[in-house]
Design a protein around this ligand. Structure first.
Ligand code: SF4
Length: 356
């Protein structure tokens, strides 16, 4: 008769956090699966229509806020975070102020993080299996309906700031999150407490006033949504405030005082590719579809598609200082096969016509 050895879960939890760091994660924490208040917050956000065209946010019912409905048997969630700020990209404000350059969100400058983090989470699961034998788990990196920020907060990795991004007291907010749902009854960590206080810098700086109140983001106004998720025409009144932001936006994080503690990534794969941390708009607008696909292989930027790429850059060129080069670049795309691109190019050209 074989006797099953019950693992020492306290020691295992300690080992998991140690292995996570060995695998390149900055930190790991463990939470339970109760997210009642966050479920209410999510439902209200959906009722307000703040998710815009992101139908997938509403599609999965309570699976998003109830981990054991998404993966039956889940008792705990191991959340991990990985810093992504590439060294030398601290000059973000300079790029934002250079209206001839395109601003790409700092998280998207290098290789897409999804596969990399998933592989590491799989390795973490392998280490656990090596220690205790088979166990139930499922790894997620932005790949399923998961309330990752709330879970990470409950695991002690940070608090959700007024801009709705997770902030860590010792590392700011430039990090990715991933999760390992598991049936192991591990001891849970203490949830992180909030430290925004009376600050509202992120609310005030948002170029499109997308943070409509503390902890309330109207994604339909958010430049990340407009440049990545939205597939059609960008509302005209939001185009000028977009400035030169062509893929995502970091303003609410750049202004956050807690980011003076931000840590550079040690992950070489997140280093900027194709000088995207400040490339000239005219040059980026000149990329053919084939160049776009080749150069963005394995990068998050692919997600906007070539049409979205040209649309976003056309808006930024409409906001750039008038010059022969800018007008010529726009005119070259004025008869583009995409109606969306043509419309945004026409808007941009009109802006330059108004300049004496
Ligand atoms: S800028 Fe201020 S209010 Fe906004 S997340 Fe940071 S600390 Fe909180």
């Amino acid at each position: 008769m074989s006797t099953q050895v019950i693992p020492d879960y306290t020691a295992l939890a300690r080992d998991i956090k140690h292995w996570a760091r060995e695998l390149g994660f900055a930190e790991a924490g463990i939470s339970g699966v109760t997210l009642e208040q966050d479920e209410q917050h999510l439902n209200r956000w959906l009722e307000d229509g703040y998710h815009g065209e992101m139908d997938y946010m509403a599609r999965h019912g309570s699976k998003r806020s109830r981990p054991d409905e998404l993966e039956p048997g889940t008792q705990r969630v191991i959340s991990v975070r990985m810093d992504y700020l590439p060294p030398g990209t601290q000059h973000a404000w300079d790029v934002l102020q250079d209206a001839e350059a395109g601003y790409v969100a700092r998280y998207a400058l290098g290789r897409d993080y999804h596969k990399l983090m998933r592989n590491r989470l799989q390795k973490l699961a392998d280490r656990i299996r090596g220690a205790i034998g088979d166990f139930g788990y499922r790894a997620y990196v932005d790949s399923a309906p998961v309330l990752e920020k709330a879970l990470a907060r409950n695991a002690g990795l940070g608090w959700i700031g007024k801009h709705t991004v997770l902030i860590n007291r010792l590392a700011g907010s430039y990090f990715f999150l991933g999760e390992l749902y598991t049936n192991l009854p591990l001891p849970v960590d203490e949830a992180a407490t909030a430290h925004c206080g009376s600050c509202r810098k992120c609310i005030d700086i948002c170029p499109t006033q997308a943070i409509v109140g503390p902890y309330r983001l109207d994604a339909r106004r958010c430049i990340s949504y407009l440049t990545i998720e939205l597939k059609g025409s960008i509302p005209e009144e939001l185009r000028a405030p977009m400035g030169n932001r062509i893929f995502g936006c970091d303003d609410c994080q750049l202004i956050c005082p807690w980011n003076k503690f931000a840590q550079d990534t040690s992950e070489p794969d997140f280093a900027p590719r194709h000088s995207l941390d400040g490339a000239k708009l005219v040059e980026l607008f000149d990329w053919s579809e084939e160049e776009f696909l080749r150069r963005t292989e394995g990068m998050a930027i692919r997600r906007t598609g070539y049409e979205g790429w040209l649309r976003n850059i056309a808006v930024a060129l409409g906001n750039a200082p008038s010059s022969e080069g800018v007008r010529a670049a726009l005119l070259k795309r004025a008869e583009h096969s995409s109606a969306i691109v043509r419309e945004h190019v026409a808007w941009a050209l009109e802006r330059h016509r108004q300049v004496p």
